[in-house]
Every structure is written in structure tokens, then in C-alpha cells.
Design a protein around this ligand. Structure first.
Ligand code: 4AZ
Length: 262
């Protein structure tokens, strides 16, 4: 999906293209920053949130801790990755310092994941050591049912804070409140996506508020349950184009089964 977002950026403002590839620290135009339209928050308020990073400490995706050794993220964050090259920072409001960094012993993503349709965009990481819960590190439970359209939800991450031109580099976790839009409503004429929304997806929308690049894999939460995994969207915070998430109830059995097997 990153590709599609970049393509759209490139078609719109050619000058932004050089810097829009990836979110590595070496990139002067890096798009790390914030969720769009959100505000600073703390890890204590969202203690299930983790940052997936390279060995050098570049944040590349979000994730959610679901038990002492398992992180749920998006499949598209894990394609082409090797467990030995992925590190997880837990328990820190800042993605680049604090909390603890744990190595990954194994990873897997859903065999039905399609980079074309973005269906089943879910994967898991098994941590190399077990982490106990603290005030800043907590397991989140997996939703069994999709909340109805209109339910308030919160999405968090260290991703891009704007779509076109993001130069600022806040390191602080961001949160934004959005409203659940079920997949049928999301593909209806109420919004602009149409047929490309599938039943393994759930959308979330609020004017000028959204997840964005770099938030991928991260949590969409209602209460203390994980209802969505940041997956894709056309642009970020665009009119009638909700953020699209993996619907957690649709992949819950896969997560539990795979987590046991690894
Ligand atoms: C991305 O490229 C991405 N507005 C993630 C979320 C959204 C768009 C793009 C949702 O990772």
C-alpha cells in the first residue's frame, strides 16, 4: 500500500517524490511523525502499543502486544523481513529511546494476505524473551465482534502526521479518535472506495483525522480490545476516504492458532 500512497503523492506533487520512499533515519525527507490530526499521548495510556524497528532503530511499523511474547501487526510490515532483523521497542512513549528493546525469534503472516487486495493483512512476531506487564507494558485482548458503525475508537502510532509534506520529526506517540465504519458501509456510496473494501476489513473515519504511513500494523482499539490493525487507505485524512484496517474478529482464529504453533 505504501507504493500506492507514494504514487498518489507523486502524481499530485512531483517534488515530494524524492523523499517519500520509506521511513528510514537516513532519509532527509523522512515521513516519520504523527498520525494526522492527533495529539501527543503517552505509552501509559496505550501500553499495548509497540514500535517495530530495524537494528539501527528506524521505526518502520507499529504493533500490539497480545501476550507475554506475541505482537500482532500487519502482514505488509513483515513481507521480506527476517526475524533476526526485526526489533520491538515496548513501554516507551518515544520510539527512539526508553522502555525496552526485544529481539524477535520468529514471525509469520497470513497465507491469505494479498498485496493486491490487501485482504488478511495480519502477521505476528514472537519475541525472543517473555515480557511481563508493567504500568507501561500491557497485553490487549482481541475483539471477537466488530463494533457497530459509529463506535468511537482510538488509533495510535509514530507514523506520518501529514500526507503531502512531512518534515517535522516528533518522536512522541500520537493518538487520534475516529469512528468505526463497518465494511459494508465503507464500500457503500456513503464513501468513495466502492468494491475494493472486503469483509476482512473494517474502516474508521473522522474528518481530518486518520492513521497514515508509518502507523501501519498499529492498533485501533475500543475500550481495551483490539478491533483493527492499521492497513491502508487512499492518502490520509482525505474526505470520504476512511482509514482501512484489518478486521480483528476476521483474523482472530488465525492469530491464536499461529501464535500457538510458533
Ligand atoms: C501506509 O501507507 C498507510 N490513512 C497506512 C494507513 C493509511 C494510509 C496509508 C490510512 O502505511
Amino acid at each position: 500500500m505504501q507504493g500506492l500512497v507514494i504514487l498518489l503523492v507523486c502524481l499530485t506533487v512531483g517534488s515530494a517524490c524524492a523523499g517519500s520512499v520509506g521511513v528510514s533515519n537516513a532519509d532527509p525527507f523522512e515521513r516519520e511523525g504523527r498520525i494526522v490530526g492527533g495529539q501527543d499521548t503517552t505509552i501509559r495510556a496505550h501500553p499495548y502499543q509497540v514500535s517495530l524497528q530495524t537494528k539501527k532503530g528506524s521505526h518502520f511499523c507499529g504493533g500490539s502486544l497480545i501476550d507475554a511474547e506475541t505482537v500482532v501487526t500487519a502482514a505488509h510490515c513483515l513481507v521480506g523481513q527476517k526475524a533476526a532483523k526485526v526489533f520491538v521497542r515496548l513501554g516507551s512513549t518515544l520510539y527512539n529511546e526508553g522502555g525496552r528493546v526485544v529481539a524477535v525469534r520468529d514471525l509469520a503472516y497470513n497465507e491469505d494476505y494479498s498485496s493486491k487486495t490487501m485482504e488478511y493483512d495480519v502477521g505476528i512476531l514472537k519475541l525472543a524473551e517473555k515480557v511481563e506487564e508493567t504500568e507501561d507494558i500491557r497485553y490487549v485482548s482481541l475483539a471477537e465482534e466488530t463494533p457497530p458503525t459509529g463506535t468511537a475508537a482510538v488509533v495510535t502510532g509514530w507514523g506520518s502526521k501529514c500526507y503531502f509534506w512531512c518534515m517535522s520529526l516528533p518522536k512522541t506517540l500520537q493518538e487520534v479518535y475516529v469512528y468505526i465504519v463497518d465494511w459494508k458501509t465503507c464500500k457503500s456510496d456513503d464513501y468513495k472506495y466502492g468494491e475494493i473494501i472486503y469483509d476482512s476489513m473494517v474502516c474508521a473515519y473522522e474528518k481530518k483525522k486518520d492513521a497514515c504511513q508509518g502507523d501501519s500494523g498499529g492498533p485501533l482499539v475500543v475500550g481495551n480490545t483490539l478491533v483493527g490493525i492499521v492497513s491502508w487507505g487512499y492518502a490520509c485524512a482525505a474526505e470520504l476516504l476512511p482509514g482501512v484496517y484489518t478486521d480483528v474478529p476476521s483474523v482472530r482464529d488465525w492469530v491464536l492458532k499461529t501464535s500457538k504453533a510458533l
